[in-house]
Write a protein that binds this ligand. Structure first.
Ligand code: GLA
Length: 749
């Protein structure tokens, strides 16, 4: 897939009052699979220029795409306008200080206080497969993986010879997917310290700017709302400065052609495999060219690189689609299901769980939990998850985080007897933790006040009456992990919900030296990764669900450790339509924690039919979040039917191709989606009427993704039609009333 070709670019140009001929020896390095081509060129002087990324092109000489002859050509023969060359070329890894005034990927501060960088290629290597990302002293950097026949990895080595700073850029192309992943690693080969002020994961450039910029934004209970804006001169960006990837912006962005819809048009999707501060930025500058950069947010970042030390940037995933935004999403879904998520639960149907949070909040004891479990198990629910409030002396959210010992005033006799009783019902048991936190009112904080993130002498800002533990400190991680282990070893806990409920503030560490304080943002994230890695390695059977006040850390970094993430604290079925739609732009349905909860909904006060709540939750991992002993008999009796539907449809939903058929961001009257099995033998279609409009008694919705030449039976109505007809003629859905849903199951006959 990786090929190298030498070429000579020759042209005539008006120079110093005469036409002169220039020529430049270049090397084109390109990566191709059936679907895409990614190409770069190395100039005679060693600059690494971007050449092309998009649909697969021919094997021709593409050195002309480096656009070297464009005004004014500089390297080598014509040095007099080098600055303009630097500011208008497409670089693979942009550097500041020598004339490129656009966004740099790398910034340093050397011992003389200088920040200029000038990277030139010194060589490259190609390997089969995909080596893990590495950094000295760091045990785990999440990234996609691939076997030797699934991908090929190109590593280009560049060096700033003045600084003796080496930067390795890695590019992986997957054999069967239109995906490139990138990362960068800086290594200090000098004898002095170098301060890295930023190390982004990479940049991609286009000599055009006719794109729309799509981002996923929101707040608590309103995560990942889709925004779409045309690019304009200047910079458009999303970022996090909160220490987590955040509710406000997801580490995702896409550049799509103005005409791009679900089915047509070009889309470049970018996602960072990272769970902390990030930056995703598009910049339209000189000549209307676009540069997109992504990586750890340079805001408040600085990393001291001693001689021979290295720093690795998180992985950036770049997906290309020339069949619209829907195909871009399906590629992300395939990539993450096949090459990011790990562990025993990845491809297995998850147990139908019931979580007691919205059912009881902090008001429970072992008998109440047991009664919920019992009633739930009678209806076919398979796992009880005990949420917040089981530890320390926690009866409200104002204490005890960090004291991971069972509150025996609530759970008399401890965890073991309760879990045994629940197991005896044939149910699994799961438990909530918030391991990164400490309450001021906790034994942990009283014993180790220095273990919280803080700046000595400054007031510490509380959020939900809690502080964040300093996960850069190995002693803290060791201690917390010891407590989690003790609980896991004390009872048969088969699932953990790992929560994280506040952003970081007063970001300082009592354990880091003065010169390394600004590393805390990133070291914190690496600390979380280390602990989740240990947890999932030591307890491989555990089903881990990440969570952060709902979906404030719904990112690819977390998916490396947990196959599912709690999507949002907003469990209202109608709100969830938008949240799950936005989440699906990048992340597969198999990763979305989705529960049927009680009504009126606790986040928004809306009442929706129980059936609709079930149909919407089917688009995710599916479970319940209510006190099953207190809902109506009618709803309780509907549970077995919902679970039957889940068992029937989940294999298609969790492993199939998703097609978004409605878009509430554009039409607030309905939503619809479908999942098609990979072999196109089956499909599940769901429709939700949001606002019933008298003039639209029924709708015709065109199905997608079926085999046009096969016949499909609508299992709910018995109608048989060809895939072509279902896709061009559509299904007619009539729904009377607001918030009513319908599902249909199609099977090839
Ligand atoms: C967060 C989570 C909820 C719940 C509470 C418990 O808000 O998102 O699901 O676990 O914490 O305090």
């Amino acid at each position: 897939m990786v090929t190298e070709k030498k070429s000579t670019v020759t042209y005539r140009k008006w120079d110093r009052g005469a036409m002169r001929e220039f020529s430049e020896e270049v090397t084109i390095v390109r990566m191709d699979n059936d679907k895409i081509t990614y190409a770069m060129g190395i100039t005679q002087e060693g600059y690494l220029l971007h050449c092309y990324y998009g649909a697969r092109i021919g094997d021709d000489d593409i050195s002309y795409l480096m656009r070297l002859p464009d005004h004014p050509f500089t390297p080598n023969g014509n040095n007099r306008d080098r600055l303009i060359f630097m500011d208008s070329r497409a670089f693979e890894f942009s550097c500041p200080g020598t004339g490129d005034y656009r966004e740099p990927c790398l910034m340093v501060m050397d011992e003389d206080g200088m920040s200029t960088c000038d990277l030139r290629v010194t060589g490259f290597t190609v390997k089969k497969g995909k080596p893990a990302l590495k950094q000295k002293g760091v045990s785990c950097i999440p990234a996609t993986f691939a076997s030797a026949n699934e991908a090929e990895t190109l590593t280009v080595t560049l060096e700033d010879s003045h600084l003796s700073l080496v930067v390795e850029l890695t590019y992986t192309m997957f054999a069967k997917l239109p995906v490139i992943t990138r990362s960068a690693r800086a290594i200090n080969k000098s004898y002095s310290d170098i301060r890295i002020q930023r190390l982004l994961s990479g940049c991609v450039e286009w000599d055009r700017s006719d794109f729309d910029f799509i981002t996923l934004n929101g707040s608590w209970a309103r995560e990942r709302a889709v925004a779409r804006e045309p690019l304009h001169f200047g910079k458009q960006s999303v970022e996090s400065r909160r220490g987590i990837s955040s509710h406000q912006h997801n580490p995702f962005a896409a550049l799509v052609s103005h005409d791009a819809s679900e089915e047509v048009g070009e889309a470049y999707g970018f996602n960072l495999v990272y769970s902390g501060n990030f930056l995703a930025q598009a910049e339209v500058a000189t000549s209307g060219f676009t540069r997109f950069v992504m990586g750890i947010n340079p805001f408040d970042f600085s990393w001291l690189l001693r001689p021979e030390e290295d720093l690795t940037a998180p992985e950036m995933v770049i997906v290309y689609s020339d069949c619209g935004i829907g195909a871009m999403s399906r590629t992300f879904h395939d990539l993450y299901r096949g090459h990011l998520i790990r562990g025993q639960w990845r491809d297995r149907m998850r147990p139908v769980l019931i979580n007691n949070w919205e059912g009881t909040y902090f008001d429970f004891d072992e008998e109440k939990i047991y009664q919920i479990a019992k009633a739930a198990s009678e209806k076919g629910i398979e796992m009880l998850v005990l949420d917040d409030g089981w530890f320390g002396k926690r009866n409200y959210d104002d204490c005890s985080l960090g004291d991971w010992v069972v509150n025996e005033n609530k759970l008399h006799g401890g965890l073991k007897p309760l879990v045994e009783r629940i197991n005896a019902l044939g149910m699994k048991f799961g438990l909530w933790f918030e391991p990164e936190m400490v309450s001021p009112d906790s034994d942990l904080y009283r014993a180790h006040p220095d273990w919280a993130i803080q700046i000595i002498g400054r007031d510490m800002t509380q959020a939900r009456e809690q502080y964040v533990l300093d996960y850069s400190n190995p002693e803290v991680r060791e201690h917390v992990y010891g407590m989690i282990r003790a609980i896991l070893d004390s009872a048969n806990v088969e699932y953990i919900k790992w929560d994280m409920n506040r952003a970081l503030s007063e970001v300082g560490s009592t354990a880091l030296p003065r010169k390394r304080q600004r590393e805390l943002w990133h070291r914190y994230v690496l600390g979380v990764y280390e602990l989740q890695d240990r947890l999932t390695t030591d307890y491989p059977y555990l089903l881990l669900e990440n969570c952060s006040s709902g979906g404030a850390r719904f990112d690819a970094g977390m998916l490396y450790f947990s196959p599912q993430i709690w999507t949002s604290d907003d469990t209202d079925a109608i709100e969830r339509l938008k949240i799950q739609y936005g989440t699906s732009i990048c992340y597969p349905a198999s990763t979305m924690g989705a529960h049927v909860s009680d009504c009126p909904n606790h986040a928004i006060g809306r009442t929706t039919p129980f059936a609709t709540r079930g149909d919407v939750a089917l688009m995710g991992t599916f479970g319940y979040e209510l006190d099953v002993t207190r809902i109506s008999e009618e709803d309780r009796c509907a549970i077995p039917g919902q679970i039957e539907k889940f068992k029937k449809y989940n294999p298609i939903i969790s492993a199939g191709d998703q097609y978004r058929l409605g878009n509430l961001f554009e039409d607030d009257s309905y939503d619809a989606w479908m999942f098609v099995a990979k072999d196109r033998s089956e499909a599940v279609f769901t429709f939700v009427q949001v606002l019933n409009k008298p003039s639209t008694p029924s709708r015709r919705i065109l199905l997608r993704g079926l085999d046009p030449d096969r016949d499909y039976r609508n299992e709910d109505t018995g109608e048989i039609r060809s895939g072509k007809t279902w896709m061009k003629g559509g299904v007619i859905v009539g729904a009377f009333g607001d918030f009513v849903s319908r599902t249909m199951h199609f099977k090839a006959v």
